[in-house]
Design a binder for this molecule. Structure first.
Ligand code: ATP
Ligand code: MG
Length: 337
C-alpha cells in the first residue's frame, strides 16, 4: 500500500486593508489540513504600488502562473491606477468567474436553502475594453466570439456534471442583441446537446433579474456573458446577505485564483474584526478545484457549524469575536472532523 504525498504549491497574495487579515485567518486554518501545501507570498495592490511603483509586479504574475492555485485577499485600487487583480486575471486568462449563491443558517440571507452558482464569462462582452468617443457621445463594443461562448458554456456543463447539478440556465437578451446574444444562445444549445444528462433552459436577463427575487430556488447553474453576470452576481450576493460571506473563483485552463468578493474595507482594516468567512469559502473553492473535494467539504462543514451556532462570529454577523477568534473556532472543528 503506497501512499503518495502530494504537495500543492500555492501563491498567496494578501493585498491591502483587511486582505492580509482574512488571509492570515484562512491560512491558519489550513495548517491542520490533511493536505500538504507550500506557499509563496506575492504582492499586489496599493501598498505594493507605494513600495515598488507597480500594483502587480511581474514577479507576482510569474509566481502565480507557476503555482497550482492562487489565493487572493483584497486590494485597494486607487482611481487612475491600473488594477492589479484585473491585470492578473488577464495574464492568466481566467475566463470564468464563478460565484456561488448559498444561504448559510445563522447569516442574514433573504431566502432559506439557496444553493446555486453563477458562471460568468470574464474576458469579453461589453467589458471588452473597446470604447471610443463619437461626435455626439461615445460607444462601447460588445464582443462575443463563438470560441469564448463555447468554452464558458462547456465549463458550466462540466461544472454541473462534476458537482451533481441538474440544470444549466443560459441568461441573455437575444431578442434585442440578436447577433451577439444570438451566438451566445445558439452556442449554449450546441454545447447542451453534448450533455444529455443535464437539463438546459434559457431566460432573458430582465426576467432573470425578477426570478432571482421571486423564485431563486429554481436556479442551479446559471451561465451568462460578462456584464449580465456582473450584475446578477451582485444580486445573488444580496440574496444571501453580507459581503463578508461571499467567495469567488476565477478559473482558466491552466490556473485558478480564489478570492473573497469583498474589497479591502478600509473602514474596518487594522481592527481585527473582518469576517473571515468569504476568504475561508474561497479556500474551499480552491480545494475543490485542486480535486480535494472531501477536504473542501470538511472545511465548509466546519464553517457552517460556526455560523449556525452564532457564538463565535464577527460583529457584522452580530457577534463580538475577532477575525482570529472565529478562525480558531473553525480550525478546531475542522481538525476534529
Ligand atoms: P474597496 O475599494 O477595496 O472595495 P470598499 O470601501 O468598497 O473597499 P468593501 O470591502 O467593498 O469596501 O466593503 C464594503 C462594506 O462592507 C464596508 O463597510 C466593509 O466594512 C464591509 N465589509 C466588507 N468585507 C467585510 C468583511 N470581510 N467583514 C466585515 N465587513 C466587511
Ligand atoms: Mg468595494
Amino acid at each position: 500500500n503506497q501512499s503518495v504525498i502530494f504537495m500543492y504549491r500555492l501563491t498567496v497574495i494578501p493585498g491591502d486593508g483587511i486582505g492580509p487579515e482574512v488571509m492570515e485567518a484562512a491560512l491558519y486554518i489550513l495548517e491542520v489540513s490533511e493536505i500538504d501545501f507550500s506557499y509563496e507570498t506575492a504582492h499586489a495592490g496599493n501598498e505594493c504600488f507605494k513600495r515598488t511603483g507597480s500594483t502587480i509586479p511581474d514577479e507576482t504574475i510569474s509566481t502565480s502562473k507557476k503555482s497550482d492555485a492562487t489565493l487572493f485577499g483584497a486590494v485597494t485600487t486607487v482611481p487612475g491606477q491600473k488594477s492589479g487583480i484585473i491585470t492578473l486575471r488577464k495574464e492568466l486568462d481566467l475566463y470564468v468567474n464563478l460565484r456561488p449563491v448559498k444561504s448559510y443558517e445563522g447569516t442574514p440571507f433573504l431566502f432559506e436553502g439557496l444553493d446555486f452558482v453563477i458562471v460568468r464569462e470574464n474576458t469579453e462582452g461589453l467589458y471588452s475594453g473597446v470604447e471610443k468617443y463619437t461626435d455626439d457621445g461615445a460607444e462601447a463594443v460588445r464582443v462575443v466570439t463563438r470560441g469564448a461562448c463555447e468554452r464558458i458554456c462547456k465549463f458550466a456543463f462540466e461544472y454541473a456534471r462534476k458537482n451533481m447539478r441538474k440544470k444549466v440556465t443560459a441568461v441573455h437578451k437575444a431578442n434585442v442583441l440578436k447577433k451577439t446574444d444570438g451566438i451566445f444562445k445558439d452556442t449554449f444549445y450546441e454545447v447542451a446537446h453534448e450533455y444529455n444528462d443535464i437539463r438546459s433552459e434559457d431566460f432573458y436577463v430582465d426576467a432573470t433579474a425578477m426570478y432571482l427575487i421571486t423564485k431563486p430556488q429554481n436556479f442551479d447553474v446559471m451561465v451568462t456573458t460578462n456584464l449580465f453576470g456582473d450584475i446578477l452576481s451582485d444580486e445573488g450576493a444580496g440574496l444571501v446577505g453580507g459581503l463578508g460571506l461571499i467567495p469567488s473563483a476565477n478559473i482558466g485552463d491552466k490556473n485558478g485564483l480564489f478570492e473573497p468578493v469583498h474589497g479591502s474595507a478600509p473602514d474596518i482594516a487594522g481592527k481585527g474584526i473582518a469576517n473571515p468567512s468569504a476568504m475561508i469559502l474561497s479556500m474551499c473553492m480552491m480545494l475543490k478545484y485542486l480535486g480535494e473535494v472531501e477536504e473542501s467539504q470538511k472545511l465548509e462543514k466546519a464553517l457552517t457549524k460556526v455560523l449556525r451556532d452564532g457564538k463565535v462570529v464577527t460583529p457584522d454577523l452580530g457577534g463580538v469575536a475577532s477575525t482570529m477568534e472565529m478562525a480558531e473556532q473553525v480550525k478546531t472543528i475542522f481538525e476534529g472532523l
